[in-house]
Write a protein that binds this ligand. Structure first.
Ligand code: C2G
Length: 468
């Protein structure tokens, strides 16, 4: 029987196909040498450029250029024949088969790491160029951002530890209003040399940015002062406890040309961002409902003057609201089913309405434990994110036919804070005042629920007082 092959097919079988992968951040001579060496091994060179979420999940946090920019740079090289994007760990093996690769080439800094690909193709480690690297270029081109911490909270030490993985940030100062605690902290801590109990003096130093982690009711004043002193601000959520104050802070940041970011770490995790990308492709059809639960056994102490600030909704609702708002957009209509104990909400089921009648169902609680998972339901299938969904690593796309299930896994390292700190540092270095991962309108969106709930509670408390 005669077999017909297209011109391309017969050309491809005669040609030797080489494949190589890399980030190629700030494309330099070392990359160029490697690519040329790879091409010299055959005829047809495929280059896999790593996607930013994949890079972040394999611990590369400090990449300056976007995937798009890095892909364009490689595409412009005339000796490169095809550019693909590398999105996950298992893709290399899949690509070897898909592109019928003859040689997989990579720099010899990876010796041994890709021997497993010998099962699919021939693996070749090529000499690396000494004396040049993206890390070196980043250091030469961008200066270190000095950062101070405001508050001595439960997460202070974790923030300091995680910031050590971000190459352009140096945390070396702390402010808290308790002099003795500050003194003890700086004494025990190797990297935090300077301690202050006077906020104005702290802001008057050469720090360019602050991270605020204090009692919620103090956030507004501390942020305002920091922005007015020209500092970039990363602050635990909520930034403020009223709509008016939140809007005021966002416009102040805009006026001062400073970055103001809510420290909702989920928004910056590689898997969470990949999930949003998959949803954008319409993978589960039209989205009808998002349901997310976040509970914590940790219960703030009850202070009679600040009970509104301490409830489950204020402490936790930003997380489910983040997922609901990122997937369904702005909430139009909010209903609360709350459970009050000792004057504040220990449990709240929050139902929100969105565009095209989609529903958001957020469940938050403190001092009790529930399954912290999330489900996004669409007309073709649903996405399941196992507990704790807000520390997103894995998600599954499920359909009626269980054989079609797709599993996604994007690891994150440490406590996950480093991804948020890296984004914060990278935005400051690039002179950007907005993060695509958490825009100012996302920040308004994720706080809408708690700000509205505070209004509801205030009027309930007023009525109760009047009745007494
Ligand atoms: N390289 C080189 N000489 C340098 C720097 C880099 O030869 N001075 C090579 C690396 O060995 C690699 C390629 O250039 O083969 C791309 O390097 P990076 O951008 O640092 O990417 P890398 O993290 O090595 O990608 O799937 C991704 C790959 O597994 C590794």
């Amino acid at each position: 029987m005669l077999s017909y092959r297209t011109k391309w097919e017969s050309e491809m079988t005669e040609k030797k196909t080489i494949i190589t992968y890399g980030t190629y951040d700030m494309l330099h001579e070392g990359h160029m040498n490697l690519l040329k060496r790879a091409k010299a091994l055959g005829d047809y060179l495929i280059v896999g450029v790593t996607d930013e979420n994949y890079d972040r999940s394999r611990g590369k946090l400090n990449v300056i250029e976007s995937t798009k920019k890095r892909v364009k740079a490689i595409e412009s090289l005339d000796f490169v024949d095809k550019v693909i994007v590398e999105k996950h760990k298992n893709q290399k093996a899949e690509d070897m088969v898909k592109y019928d690769v003859d040689i997989f080439a990579i720099g010899d800094d990876w010796v041994g790491a890709f021997d497993y690909l010998n099962e699919y193709t021939h693996v070749e480690y090529l000499p690396r160029t000494e004396g040049i690297s993206s890390t070196k270029l980043r250091k030469e081109n961008f200066s270190m951002i000095k950062m101070g911490i405001v508050g001595l909270g439960r997460d202070t030490q974790d923030f300091i530890n995680e910031s050590k993985f971000v190459s352009n940030i140096k945390v070396n100062r702390i402010y808290a209003d308790d002099f003795l605690k500050v003194k003890a902290f700086t004494k025990d801590n190797d990297s935090i040399k300077y301690g202050h109990d006077n906020y104005d003096e702290f802001l008057d130093t050469n720090i360019q940015a602050v991270y605020i982690d204090t009692a919620l009711k103090e956030h507004y004043t501390l942020i305002r002062k920091a922005l007015e002193s020209g500092k970039h601000v990363l602050c635990e959520n909520p930034l403020a406890l009223s709509k008016k104050e939140l809007k005021e802070l966002l416009s102040l940041a805009k006026k001062e040309k400073r970055l103001l970011l809510s420290a909702v770490k989920t928004a910056f995790l590689p898997a969470f961002n990949q999930l949003l990308k998959e949803l954008d492709k319409g993978i589960i059809g039209e989205i009808k409902e998002v349901r997310a639960t976040r509970t914590s056994l940790y219960k703030e102490k009850h202070y009679s003057d600040s009970f509104i600030q301490q409830g489950a909704t204020n402490i936790l609702s930003a997380y489910p609201s983040l997922l609901v708002n990122k997937v369904l957009g702005k909430s139009k209509n909010i209903t609360f089913f709350d459970q009050i104990e000792d004057g504040y909400d220990i449990n709240n089921l929050i139902v929100t309405k969105h565009k095209k009648r989609a529903l958001g169902i957020s469940s938050v609680a403190v001092g009790m434990k529930s399954e912290g998972d999330a489900v996004i339901s669409g007309t073709k299938g649903y996405i399941y994110i196992p507990a704790p969904w807000w520390l997103t690593k894995t998600f599954e796309v499920r359909f009626e036919d269980i054989h079609k299930t797709m599993k996604f896994h994007y690891e994150f390292e440490g406590s996950g804070l480093r991804y948020m700190i890296a984004e914060f540092g990278s935005l400051i270095q690039r002179g950007k005042q907005k993060s695509k991962m958490l825009t100012p309108s996302d920040m308004v969106g994720i706080n809408r629920v708690l700000l509205e709930y505070n209004e509801v509670r205030k009027s309930q408390i007023k009525t109760q007082k009047e009745e007494k």
